[in-house]
Design a protein around this ligand. Structure first.
Ligand code: SAM
Length: 330
């Protein structure tokens, strides 16, 4: 029997069906591992893709078999009228799943509109439950705003909500058990993430290998591996035997998952990045503004997928990626 091959299959046989779309490189936080406090190199708004341009690119991806889109940034909710863009993307033929990564601070204003616009899943970043630690990591006293955002997401009916925690030794590593308790109580899915050496900030933040942390969690909770697929992402999930809790581990450093990578990223200035940890890219904005046809745009994307590298080199060449996570669209 002939096996189905997505139109976007790379040199290594990986089908690309997931687009992460950065809608701004601005953020109202300056997390220590992400963006330096003094950062000045933001894109000019005239260089940001407009909603029309974004819709065109996502439409081309959808025609090439991409069914899932995640809005990210920077802080995506700082992009004005984001729910309008979300509605346009979720209405595109072929898009079956539209999700959003956010730090949560703007959710009280936008959670309901996002749901009405067709956003089905939310990931919210929170690295600690301690005011001092959140302030130290994010650069401002933001824990109340994030908690209000979590409540707004629940009230708007988002379920399940995933909570992302970047785990750092000596900073918040000791909090993983209390974070797990918090998530189990609130019905959130906890995802623990190893810090990646993206830019000088990521490089300067040490990472906590999640293997020993899983052992700690298994000593505290009755955990069994989850076998069903959970969103097609890189996390490996565990759940509590009583079914109340789920914990995902994202281990780009200690156990990378490049062989199953199904995604590419479009930054706010229209650069298509083929790998988070490599430089291969295609600049789409000049082509869009020069009047490229839909057929040419699709061919450019197909050609770009050919450039997708086999794997990142975070462990062997950690200084390689100088762009910060918030510039690529995390
Ligand atoms: N502002 C949104 C948010 O907070 O989710 C979206 C963008 S943010 C860059 C996306 C995710 O990337 C967040 O969960 C953040 O903690 C994570 N992140 C940022 N820099 C990272 C790094 N160097 N290593 C691992 N994760 C990182």
């Amino acid at each position: 029997m002939e096996q189905f091959q997505s139109p976007l299959t790379d040199r290594f046989g990986r089908s690309i069906e997931y687009l992460r779309l950065s809608v701004t490189d601005r953020c109202d936080m300056k997390c220590t591992y992400c963006l330096p406090k003094s950062f000045k190199g933001y894109q000019e708004p005239k260089d940001w893709l407009t909603f029309d341009e974004i819709e065109r690119v996502v439409g081309a991806f959808a025609r090439l078999g991409t069914s899932r889109v995640r809005l990210t940034g920077g802080e995506p909710l700082l992009r004005r009228n984001l729910p309008q863009l979300a509605a346009r993307i979720s209405a595109l033929p072929g898009i079956r799943d539209l999700s959003l990564s956010t730090n949560g601070t703007q959710l009280p204003k936008h959670a309901e509109a996002l749901r009405a616009a067709g956003v089905t899943r939310l990931n919210i970043s929170l690295d600690s439950l301690t005011r001092e630690c959140v302030t130290q990591i994010t650069g401002r006293d933001s824990i109340d705003d994030v908690m209000a955002g979590l409540a707004a997401a629940e009230a708007a009916g988002f379920a399940p909500i995933k909570l992302n925690m970047v785990v750092m030794p000596g900073v918040n590593e000791h909090e993983v058990e209390s974070m797990a308790e918090f998530c189990i109580d609130r019905g959130f899915i906890l995802r623990l993430i190893e810090t990646m050496p993206m830019g000088s900030t990521g490089l300067a933040s040490s990472y906590a290998p999640l293997g020993p942390i899983l052992e700690r969690l298994r000593a505290r909770f009755d955990l069994i591996p989850e076998i069903k697929e959970m969103g097609g992402g890189p996390a490996r999930y565990w759940r509590t035997t009583d079914g109340r809790g789920q914990i995902g581990l994202i281990t780009p450093i200690s156990q990378h998952f490049c062989a199953t990578c199904n995604r590419v990223r479009l930054s706010v200035d229209g650069t298509l990045y083929l790998c988070l940890g490599q430089e291969e890219k295609v600049e789409l904005r000049p082509l869009l503004r020069a009047g490229i046809s839909d057929a040419e745009l699709e061919q450019t994307i197909r050609d770009g997928i050919e450039l997708k590298p086999e794997k990142h080199e975070f462990l062997t060449a950690p200084t390689k990626i100088i762009r910060f996570m918030s510039q690529t669209g995390g």
